[in-house]
Ligand binder design. Sequence first.
Ligand code: SAM
Length: 257
Amino acid sequence: MQLYIGGLSDNTTEDEVVALFSKIGTAESVRVIRDIGSGKSRGFAIVRMPNNTEGEEAIKKLNGLMLADRQVLVARMHETLPGEMEFREWLRDNAHEVLERIGVRSAQTVLDFGCGSGVFSIASASIVGHRGKVYALDVRPGALERLREAASRKGLDNIETILLDRSTVSIVLENESVDVILLYDVLQEIQDKPGLVKELHRILRQDGLLSVFPMHLGTDKFLNMINALGLFRFRERYGPPGFPSASEVINFTKLIP
Ligand SMILES: C[S@@+](CC[C@H](N)C(=O)[O-])C[C@H]1O[C@@H](n2cnc3c(N)ncnc32)[C@H](O)[C@@H]1O
């Protein structure tokens, strides 16, 4: 089982985290997640415990505990692939620059599918400006509420939130109505991945861009899946130079079957 431990101080080491989990059971590996550029801790670590019962016990006993004067959060998390957690942090820190680099432009319409609290919706909204629009879609009303609050604090009035129903991939938007679709760190939660890709193909304009960060799936697996559908053409992979990650930002153009 893979666990997340957050709330760590900047100088908490792997050894200290191992010592903490070893009170409960075997911690096969611990990795403090560090900033790609500076090497500084991001304040959380990934812990692998081979025994699920011990993992559950660790959550029960360690979540909320004080470590170096800080309260830690311990929870189960999706399995991660090499490099992608660091990549995810980099992507969120550089959201504005990355979106401009991949081709988001003033006056465009952007759809952020599985927007969460909206890091990429907010960055997109500031790029597309008042002549553009961002549709921010999620299944969690609380996340959309936080996004609306953040947008209002920043004076952004070009984001429309849409609450989705987890049981369907259909989206209430017209055919070929958006210029850019962001599918970042959400595919792991989608049952009908091919169905969602088909729905996004319907909504994207003919010269539009689909940008995917296939966290927890990996670039290779996602490329196999999307290529088999024959709906999009691979354009490029994008990430920080010299940093290998199993999942990167992958961009596609639309194929007209
Ligand atoms: C790990 S978060 C990523 C949020 C954001 N894209 C980011 O990268 O910061 C995944 C998000 O996908 C949302 N989600 C899960 N299932 C979904 C579905 N069927 N349709 C739309 N969003 C979904 C979750 O509620 C969550 O906010």
